[in-house]
Design a protein around this ligand. Structure first.
Ligand code: NIG
Ligand code: FE
Length: 419
């Protein structure tokens, strides 16, 4: 298939974009892409490619933007129920941590998820996956962490594997048994940490070997935060996971700086997220490492909190920055990476070009897939979006709607919005 006549073909060609390189879109005017067997075969101008491939079926982009599929590198996609009541309570003045300490928050969703049948969990998660895809997300990272007991954590992994198999949305799973302290371990985070290290991680590893048909191991993530796991417990879980061969992620410095960002750099984590309260020395340590800093602007937005990740400081220190939704039933039920881009432009002060790179090639790096997705280059998966605009800056500039017209996953048109 030859997709031609893109006003702007955003290739995002080249490696993930560090520091002040962020925002290199690699634009080809009147661009075209040849797709073969689900993979990008050639990239160039429409004139060149039409001459070379007169017999390929043509898809006319109609003078609009063509870009790589958006990569949402941090979500809690798989849960049951909702927390609309807590949203109301937060508006009326309760804080996220107050609600969490009172047994609400993550543990409220844990209760609903433990009680949900396999079918309910699958159906509710699939509904969100469909919305992600229709908003242009072609690959999503998705965490467990609403089970906090072995059986329900495995059911969440099973749901993610099943949905990935159904497609077309590609799902990259993360085991996050260390998302919160469950009610039966309240006041004894050390004992729950032991349970994760001694029981859950080995069981997950074996279960994965038996059920995933040879896929790479999931990530292991920890919520390093006051009221969740302290630095020592986080280190214990991540070091154990690393020894077992799991790639690592960490939620760090969302509300309090506990040293999680530095730990991520030290342990060679693939990414560290939130990073709202990260002190300058830790920003520097992270920026000089290979770990991707992932800002989640829907979370402070959802909490009505004026504090956002100091993205500019990370870039000035030469760091690798990505942006993601943090999609979850608490502060950030956000299914649109287009909205994440709009928030990043306003609150992280990224230009549309920087935000787009942070949501594609750098987001691919945040899930260890920069060699397969995140840009339009020969040999990469043909995950593409046709937008309903001629100027890429409309991403970010406009918000609340959906500029995606057509979604192509592995070379197949999987969704086309009318009009
Ligand atoms: O990343 N911080 C921990 N986890 C989520 C919130 C999940 C929830 O409230 O259910 C986050 O913000
Ligand atoms: Fe999160």
């Amino acid at each position: 298939m030859l997709i031609h006549s893109a006003s702007q073909l955003l290739t995002l060609a080249g490696p993930p974009q560090r520091g002040d390189e962020l925002g290199r879109l690699g634009i080809i005017s009147d661009g075209a892409v040849l797709v073969k067997d689900g993979v990008v075969a050639e990239v160039g101008t429409s004139a060149e490619l039409k001459v070379r491939h007169p017999d390929a079926p043509w898809l006319d982009a109609g003078g609009k933007v063509v870009m790589p599929g958006l990569v949402d590198s941090h979500t809690h996609l798989v849960w049951a129920g909702d927390r609309a009541r807590e949203f109301e309570m937060r508006i009326q003045g309760k804080t996220y941590l107050e609600i969490m300490t009172a047994g609400g928050g993550i543990n409220a969703t844990v209760q609903a998820t433990r009680q949900a049948s396999r079918e309910t969990l699958l159906a509710q998660t699939r509904a969100r996956a469909d919305i992600l895809l229709s908003n242009g997300t072609t690959t999503v990272e998705a965490k467990t962490g609403y089970g906090l007991e072995t059986a329900t954590e495995l059911r969440q992994l099973e749901t993610l594997l099943a949905l990935d198999q159904e497609g077309p949305l590609e799902i990259i799973p993360t085991f996050m048994g260390a998302h919160a302290i469950p009610p039966e371990y309240q006041g004894d985070a050390d004992r729950f940490t032991q349970l994760i290290c001694q029981e859950m991680l080995p069981v997950v590893k074996q279960w994965w070997a038996d059920h995933s048909a040879g896929r790479p191991l999931p990530f292991v993530d920890v919520f390093c935060e006051a009221g969740a796991f302290n630095l020592e417990q986080s280190r214990c879980i991540l070091e154990t996971a690393r020894q077992m061969g799991f790639p690592l992620k960490i939620h760090a410095d969302e509300f309090e700086a506990l040293g999680g960002a530095r730990l991520a750099a030290e342990l060679g984590a693939v990414s560290a997220e939130h990073l709202v309260k990260t002190p300058p020395e830790d920003i520097k340590a992270l920026a000089q490492s290979q770990t991707v800093a992932v800002a989640l602007p829907p979370t402070p937005f959802g909490l009505g909190d004026p504090n956002y990740t100091p993205a500019k400081a990370f870039l000035e220190a030469g760091g690798l920055l990505a942006i993601a939704s943090d999609l979850n039933p608490g502060p950030a039920w956000c299914e649109s990476m287009q909205f994440v881009i709009a928030l990043a432009c306003r609150y992280l002060r990224l230009t549309p070009a920087q935000a787009i790179a942070a949501a594609t090639i750098n987001a691919a790096a945040a899930v260890n897939r920069a060699a397969q997705i995140g840009s339009i280059e020969p040999g990469k998966q043909a995950d593409l979006l046709l937008l309903d605009t001629e100027d890429y800056r409309h991403l970010g500039y406009r918000f609340g709607g959906n500029l995606v017209k057509t979604v192509i996953k592995r070379g197949q048109v999987v969704l086309s919005h009318p009009g």
